[in-house]
Design a binder for this molecule. Structure first.
Ligand code: NAD
Length: 509
């Protein structure tokens, strides 16, 4: 069992490699710096896998597949039960790694890990989930059944903003279904994924069933080019999601590609405003706005609702504690990188230039002792127009835009016309409005008086429009469909002697 103080794979050597066939592998031909966003200093270097490392990982996963495929689901589940226990025992070190490289506040890292563990928990029920379907006497002395067979080697490519949870949306279900897996986590915060892999080995997973290769877009291209990989799960920004979806589809691979978002919260005049604004604060500024389910737009119905909402938001923003994620007293940590800081700052500049009212300005935020960290303050714009770039684009930072409309219908028209369709929520005390909103809003995940309607592990997660390319959501029941192929058997075992004449009509019972 791993000691929480001593992860076998960590940045202690100043270099992070890959985890292939149960072993750490080094490939130093190309490397990239990994930063501590709170100090702005380089924490270590990560290897960017070249073609031969990718080939090694695919070979390991391909050779582990035949045995893993035949391993009974309940034996696979036993590994996952032990894994869940190891994740809980090692939660402190996993969360420390998340905070060290992503920057999010430690409580937020615990929330992320807990949501990932819930998927492991669901995957532990794989025997039940893979039971299949049976039709006795489909015809005279004919029985028919469907079973769900694993695909083979599958791959996951994940973003920086949930370095543990998003990989865990994928691999527990994929390996529970009998596949072998190659994870390509974000090169910006790679350590948690390496530790997740090490703990799977400690839990008894055979070598080669789960592999981690670090890398960039070149690494992803080598993976897509490999004919032995049957399916790709991708989570990241929309342009990359769309391109991965098209490339994988052209290669005949199964693919689901989840992209970016612009999630709206609508506030009706009858809402419990204190609770709504508290919910908005966490949803807009938690994790520095770097969540695909973050609320980045508030649509207030009526000027009176807007005036009150904005006043309450400003009051709470002045109390927001911003600082390093290791200090649990902080509410918001830094952005992931210097580039992200420049990009978010640029969007705030554009919002001002386009004529929105900048009520809270996060630009130029500086923290004594952390002057080189990638910090930015909470930003609030009022009277934002739908034509503005701060409304149209995903900023992925702590920037909240308030729009004012006259009716629920006008608020929903905005959401329904937006290119993204991940999540949306409504704050109200009126059941009829809530029902109408839930039924007609064009997004994949809806909250009513819930700001971040992230589905639990036994449901599935995904958006509509340009927030998801593909048909199936991640985790939950959709994961069974995504990571398996249905096979339907029809068999006749007649009693006694049996003769059948040639029949030329289409068979029917
Ligand atoms: P990103 O698209 O830059 O990177 C995601 C992954 O793709 C990384 O592993 C990266 O190495 C790889 N990648 C980057 N460019 C590539 C290219 N040209 N070809 C192939 N692979 C490439 O995203 P990010 O900045 O790491 O993450 C933030 C984005 O992810 C946001 O847009 C956010 O909304 C989105 N996201 C979406 C969800 C969701 O469920 N819809 C969840 C989390 C994050």
């Amino acid at each position: 069992m791993s000691s929480p103080e001593a992860p076998a794979v960590s940045a202690v050597s100043g270099y992070l490699g890959h985890f292939i066939d149960g072993k750490e592998v080094s490939d130093r031909e190309r490397t990239q710096d990994v930063f501590d966003p709170a100090s702005g200093e380089v924490r270590c270097k990560v290897g960017l896998a070249g073609k031969s490392t990718v080939l090694d990982a695919v070979a390991a996963a391909a050779s582990a597949f035949p045995t893993w495929r035949e391993t009974p689901p309940q034996k696979r589940a036993q590994v996952l039960f032990r894994y869940k226990q190891l994740l809980q025992e090692n939660s402190k070190i996993i969360c420390q790694l998340i905070t060290a490289e992503h920057g999010k506040v430690i409580d937020d890292a615990h929330g992320e890990l807990t949501r990932g563990i819930e998927v492991v928990d669901y995957a532990c029920g794989i025997s039940e989930l893979l039971k299949g379907e049976y039709s006795k006497n489909a015809g005279p002395e004919i029985d028919s059944w469907s079973e769900f067979q694993p695909l083979g080697v599958v791959a996951g490519i994940t973003p920086f903003n949930f370095p543990a949870m998003v990989p865990m949306w994928m691999f527990p279900m994929a390996i529970a279904c009998g596949n072998t897996f190659i994870l390509k986590p974000s090169e910006r915060d790679p350590s948690p994924a390496l530790l997740l892999g090490k703990l799977l080995t400690d839990a008894g997973l055979p070598d080669g069933v789960f592999n981690v290769i670090n890398g960039d877009s070149d690494t992803v291209q080598y993976l897509i080019d490999d004919e032995r990989i049957e399916a790709f799960s991708f989570v990241g920004s929309t342009p990359v999601a769309e391109s991965i979806f098209r490339r994988c589809s052209a290669e005949g691979k199964r693919v689901q590609a989840l992209g970016g978002a612009k999630n709206h919260a609508v506030i009706l005049p009858d809402a419990d405003l204190d609770n709504a604004v508290n919910a908005l604060m966490g949803a807009a500024y938690g994790s520095c706005g770097e969540r695909c389910m973050a609320i980045s737009v508030v649509v207030c119905v009526g000027d009176d609702t807007a005036d009150k909402t904005v006043a309450l938001l400003q009051e709470k923003i002045s109390d927001l504690k911003i600082g390093p994620g290791v200090d649990a007293a902080n509410d918001m940590g830094p952005l992931i990188s210097k580039d992200a800081l420049q990009r978010v700052t640029q969007y705030i500049n554009q919002g001002v230039a386009e004529g929105a009212d900048l009520l809270e300005d996060g630009r130029g935020f500086s923290l004594v002792g952390h002057e080189s960290g990638f910090f930015i303050g909470a930003t609030l714009f009022d009277r934002v127009q739908p034509s503005m770039s701060i409304y149209r684009d995903e900023i992925f930072g702590p920037v909240l835009c308030v729009l004012r409309v006259e009716s629920l219908g006008a608020a929903m028209k905005l959401i329904n016309q937006h290119e993204f369709g991940n999540g949306a929520c409504l704050f109200t005390r009126d059941g009829e409005s809530a029902r109408y909103f839930s039924n007609n809003v064009q997004v994949g995940m809806v909250g009513v008086n819930i700001p971040l309607p992230v589905p639990i592990a036994s449901q599935s997660f995904g958006g509509w429009k340009r927030s998801l390319f593909g048909d199936l959501y991640v985790y939950g029941p959709d994961a069974i469909t995504f990571y398996t192929r249905r096979k339907t058997m029809t068999q006749r075992w007649p009693t006694g002697s049996f003769t059948e004449k040639a029949r030329y009509a289409f068979p029917s019972s």
